[in-house]
Design a protein around this ligand. Structure first.
Ligand code: NAI
Ligand code: 15L
Length: 274
């Protein structure tokens, strides 16, 4: 596929969208922005609900690829998740198919596989102890269920319609890690942009599922499918470890919220810090 130039970024007003609006133009992309809310400083952004099929179809028309970040990013009542994440993602894929957009990078989440046990062992973990990319889907929330659906939708649109996707099971992409768990899952914003760029430009991805994080010393999962796209992570959360562990303590074996990949999302209700 030729290198994409114009990329639709959904969820452009959100935390990750704001970080990517800053970083992705350095890779030569022109971004078209979409969000439910106005995007600060971006009067040309499309303000639309992913539930609005006509608006979504118009927004995808003429773009070379899509980075789909838009939707509810935490646990919420099922009816809300259904509308924004399940129907919204379906509307986007269907519009992309109708308009001939060849590739979507889908922001999946660690919470699609959140009930997998947290790997144990000395740091750094032996590669054989890392959570593999074919670990079973075990969503930890309605939110995680919607990401599992999104991955299936991506596979379906590849198998049936030849629309390519990379589903990125993002760990925690924030300017800095804010919990001990995030030391294992953190994706620095710069590595996030590197990974999205690799997902947009790698040849013949079909539907590829990758974990999305930096090359953290305390890594819990296998980054090999991301690396196979050409992703070369350059950051590590370790400089934040001493301070976070002093403030919060090490993860505890007897604590339910520390037992799984999804952290406190497995508890009911999910509690901060994740
Ligand atoms: P966020 O909540 O800050 O941003 C999401 C954006 O989507 C918001 O600006 C919101 O207005 C917009 N949105 C919500 N419903 C919409 C709808 N119906 N139509 C159009 N826009 C809608 O979330 P964040 O952190 O920026 O995450 C972006 C994406 O990445 C989300 O899909 C999230 O699930 C995923 N993700 C993020 C992680 C992270 O560490 N930031 C980790 C794993 C996944
Ligand atoms: C996610 O999927 C959320 O969107 C994000 O806000 C963080 O909570 C992240 O997972 C995490 O697990 O740290």
């Amino acid at each position: 596929m030729p290198a994409p130039r114009t990329v639709l970024l959904t969820g452009a007003a959100g935390g990750l969208g704001t970080l990517m609006r800053d970083l992705l133009p350095d890779y030569g992309y022109t971004l078209r922005l979409l969000d439910l809310r106005p995007v600060e400083g971006e009067p040309d952004a499309v303000v639309a609900d992913l539930a609005d099929k006509a608006a979504v179809r118009e927004a995808v028309r003429g773009v070379d690829a899509i980075i789909h970040l838009g939707g509810i990013s935490l646990e919420a009542p099922f009816e809300k998740i259904l509308k924004a994440n399940i129907e919204g993602t379906y509307n986007l894929y269907e519009a992309a198919r109708e308009e001939g957009v060849p590739r979507i990078v889908f922001a999946s989440s660690n919470h699609a596989v959140g009930y997998n046990p947290r790997p144990r062992g000395d740091t750094p973990l032996d590669p054989s102890a890392l959570i593999p990319i074919d670990a079973p889907r075990r969503p930890d929330t309605f939110y995680g269920l919607s990401k599992s659906f999104g991955e299936d939708l991506a596979q379906f649109y590849w198998d049936k319609h030849g629309l390519e996707s990379v589903s990125v099971r993002i760990g925690s992409c924030f300017p800095e890690p804010t919990s001990v768990r995030m030391l294992s899952l953190w994706m620095s914003p710069a590595d996030g942009a590197r990974l999205f760029h690799a997902a947009l430009t790698s040849q013949e991805v079909g539907h590829t599922v990758v974990y999305g994080s930096s090359a953290n010393t305390r890594l819990w999962w296998d980054l090999s499918t991301a690396r196979a796209l050409g992703y070369k992570p350059q950051d590590d959360s370790e400089p934040y470890a001493e301070k976070l562990i002093a403030e919060q303590g090490e993860l505890q074996d007897g604590n339910e919220g520390h037992a799984h990949l999804g952290g406190q999302f497995v508890t009911d209700p999910p509690i901060w810090p994740y």
